[in-house]
Design a protein around this ligand. Structure first.
Ligand code: C5P
Length: 204
């Protein structure tokens, strides 16, 4: 299969030295890309700014903002079978990015934001797997997102639980399908979660 994986955070700049972002390290996405390549799939890894080594036999495209990530994914999706979106895409970006560093005196204390595109929802014509990092109502939110974004399934995790979420080497996940079917897993390494996801993908 030809697989696209998105990973890491995006950065949304308000001037050349300041941005909005989040603590995503890209570990989950890189683990999936590595495992998919190991299984012989053709992998394009669209990565936000992260400090990880490119896995063997993976074609990596580095991007910074959500809009750049969308453009890279759309291009790759023209010849892909599946999109696995692990990226923690910033939902909002500053309405304007100043060409020069803003002086304190030029900043009002209020930042006007605009919505970023939803990459996973926007891209069509491929099978889609999403991630839902939640702090509450984890499963109900995951079912809603699975339906809204037209996904084959969504990997839900409670990021308030120890060993789950940003920057950890482990994750405790549940696969949630649009019809409400759930598959629960114990706490596992991200490498093992990647294997379970690709096993599930091979049954789609
Ligand atoms: O709606 P929410 O951000 O919680 O959805 C998470 C899922 O959607 C993840 O798979 C994430 O990679 C993807 N997503 C995206 N583009 C966005 C926001 C989220 O691809 N702008």
């Amino acid at each position: 299969m030809r697989v696209i994986v998105t990973a890491g955070p995006t950065r949304e700049y308000l001037d050349p030295v300041r941005f909005l972002s989040n603590p995503s390290t890209g570990k989950m996405g890189f683990a999936i890309a590595a495992e998919a390549a190991r299984r012989g799939h053709e992998v394009t890894l669209v990565a936000g700014p992260v400090a990880l080594k490119t896995p063997n036999r993976v074609h990596r495209v580095d991007v910074t903002s959500a809009r750049e990530m969308l453009a890279a994914v759309k291009k790759a999706a023209q010849r892909a079978d599946i999109l696995i979106a692990t990226a923690a895409v910033a939902d909002w970006r500053p309405a304007k990015c100043a060409a020069q560093k803003l002086k304190k005196s030029q900043m009002s204390g209020t930042l006007k934001l605009v919505r970023n595109p939803d990459i996973l929802k926007t891209v069509k014509g491929v099978r889609k797997i999403g991630f839902a990092a939640e702090t509450n109502d984890v499963l109900a939110e995951a079912v809603r997102k699975c339906r809204e974004k037209g996904l084959s399934f969504i990997v839900a995790n409670d990021v308030t639980k120890k060993g789950s979420g940003f920057g950890t080497d482990t994750n405790k996940v549940t696969f949630v399908f649009a019809d409400g079917t759930l598959k629960f897993f114990p706490l596992m390494t991200k490498a093992r979660v990647a294997k379970r996801i690709l096993d599930e993908v091979s049954c789609l």
